[in-house]
Design a binder for this molecule. Structure first.
Ligand SMILES: [Zn+2]
Length: 237
């Protein structure tokens, strides 16, 4: 059994109802979820599962299961255990997720300012980073910040586009991130399109309009190895 990934169609869902399909020591599986499982450098969601009797099951993390489209919700140790088949109300920690969405989308924009292969990346609720295969002398914090913020200020709406595996294979230039495999499945690949700015495969959650990011600040640039020059950013507000 697989989990319907509701956040794929609408990243702004803060609550939903779902049925428990499996429970074991690894976590709780639901027939549908708004919780994003850690992947593509983006942290897994936190939140709460609410039982009909009012009991709260805090969720500390969300991870992928051992098959595509399987999602494990990790309950806080010692919390109540739901029953298989039980209907639950799902609530994600929205403020945390929205920060992740803003920072994640900011990295897409920044990847168009720093023109170099991306060798790594991470998105936490308070900061995000990309690693580039580039010479340190070409990374200027002030310039990256200024140019990224100028693109964000265009305020364009983001779009989700699906193409076939064959179409992606025919356009290898779309894959900028060497460390993350494109989110393939069922013969099609999901792309994030920021019209006029960026187009690349991505399975993460993004804001609907890049204006929602607001300004970013570059807080650190440092070398993490020959092919990893790290640029770390935070949201300015
Ligand atoms: Zn993305």
């Amino acid at each position: 059994m697989t989990t319907e990934l509701l956040f794929r169609g609408d990243a702004y869902l803060k609550t939903a109802s779902a049925r428990v399909i499996a429970i074991d020591e690894r976590g709780i599986e639901l027939d549908r979820t708004i919780f994003y499982p850690q992947g593509g450098g983006q942290s897994g969601d936190t939140g709460v599962l609410l039982r009909a009797n009012g009991e709260r099951i805090p969720i500390n993390d969300t991870r992928k299961g051992d098959a595509p489209d399987r999602v494990l919700h990790f309950p806080e140790p010692g919390s109540a255990q739901p029953e298989p088949g039980e209907m639950l109300t799902l609530e994600i920690d929205w403020d945390r997720r929205y920060s992740l969405m803003r920072l994640h989308t900011a990295l897409h924009v920044m990847s168009c300012v720093v023109v170099a292969p991306v060798t790594g990346g991470n998105i936490a609720p308070d900061k995000a980073r990309l690693d580039f295969d580039i010479d340190m002398s070409l990374l200027d914090a002030g310039r990256i910040e200024h140019e990224t913020n100028a693109l964000i200020a265009r305020g364009v709406a983001t779009e989700t586009v699906w193409i076939t595996d064959a179409e992606l294979d025919a356009r290898p230039e779309l894959v900028k991130t060497m460390s993350v495999q494109p989110p393939r499945g069922a013969g099609r690949v999901r792309l994030l399109k920021i019209p006029g700015i960026d187009l690349q495969p991505c399975g993460g959650t993004h804001v609907g309009n890049i204006a929602e990011i607001g300004d970013i600040r570059v807080i650190k640039i440092r070398s993490e190895g020959k092919r990893n020059k790290r640029v770390e950013v935070v949201l300015a507000a």
